[in-house]
Design a protein around this ligand. Structure first.
Ligand code: SAM
Length: 285
């Protein structure tokens, strides 16, 4: 069956982005912190277990899938982008044996796995948001293939709105436009009109509110174990100071403890990090 134009645009966008994806952490220390916070959540989900079956859905260049496979887990690395998968394959250690399988497909399509195939399902840094209007069926698929635990990180609607969309609207339309859509529906619809201004924009996406994520999980009878908006506190800090904090391991770990507590306060859940999937939830089915 012919793929939708959104599928083709998403694949094309991420194929192009693949070579620079891992460099994100080098130019902004807040990205590095984001990764460390995601690792903390993954570690809790693993709970010290070895040899788990893990699906990393929208796994990109293997930021998590490869180290998890190196630790002895059996990992399925799934991504819409063939370029991302190639980069991940090239990053595999040459001398170690890793149990990792690569699958190229969209999470917006039915997943090729039986029910309850995986001890742990990861979907990090926003593949679910890139399903836009299909996110509910994609979410249902992630839940279907999970035995129990899912760790999900999506675009945090209000945090994303506070980035550059207002400037974009005023620059091109002379008034607010996409911001109103984002506020009311959570969707940024990258249509032909928008593409004529910015041809390289990320294809349409959905920014979630904490309530939307909570309702989605509740509708599938899931139980939230932990929800946070990583990056909320560091959004307002200077990267130079954070660089200094990062140099001292003890101070850094204490800082991460603080961030985890702050960023999970109910009152700040709707913000999240800058240029990051800023709404992180671990839940059980
Ligand atoms: C920001 S990267 C995150 C990669 C990885 N999860 C991580 O946290 O490092 C987003 C990834 O989602 C993938 N992606 C986007 N839409 C997707 C879809 N519909 N199905 C599967 N993968 C998708 C992209 O190709 C890209 O590799």
């Amino acid at each position: 069956m012919a793929k939708s134009s959104h599928y083709e645009e998403t694949k094309k966008y991420w194929n192009k982005k693949a070579p620079s994806e891992l460099a994100r952490e080098e130019y902004d220390i807040r990205k590095k912190i984001h990764t460390d916070l995601l690792w903390r959540e993954i570690r809790r989900a693993l709970n010290g277990n070895k040899n788990l079956s893990i699906l990393d859905a929208g796994a990109g260049p293997g930021r998590f899938s490869i180290p998890l496979a190196q630790e002895g887990h059996s990992v399925v690395h799934l991504d819409i982008s063939g370029e991302m998968i190639e980069i991940a394959k090239n990053r595999l250690p040459k001398t170690e044996k890793c149990d990792i399988t690569f699958v190229q497909q969209s999470i917006c399509e039915p997943l090729p796995f039986p029910d309850q195939s995986f001890d742990l399902v990861l979907c990090l840094d926003s593949p679910l948001s890139y399903c836009v209007n299909n996110y509910e069926s994609a979410f249902a698929e992630l839940v279907r293939v999970a035995k129990k635990t899912v760790v999900l990180c999506v675009v945090n609607r209000f945090g994303a709105m506070m980035e550059d969309a207002a400037e974009f609207d005023f620059q091109y339309f002379g008034k607010l436009k996409t911001q109103w859509d984002l506020l009311h529906t959570g969707n940024l619809n990258v249509n032909e009109e928008i593409k004529q201004f910015e041809p390289n924009l990320m294809p349409s996406w959905h920014g979630f509110t904490p309530k939307e994520v909570k309702d989605l999980i509740k509708n599938h009878s899931g139980k939230i174990i932990r929800i946070s908006a990583p990056g909320t506190f560091t959004r307002c800090m200077s990267p130079e100071i954070i660089e200094k904090v990062y140099q001292n391991e003890e101070v850094y770990q204490d800082f991460l403890d603080f961030l985890e507590e702050f960023d999970s306060k109910e009152d700040v859940l709707g913000v999240g990090g800058i240029y990051a999937g800023g709404l992180l939830v671990r839940f059980e089915i």
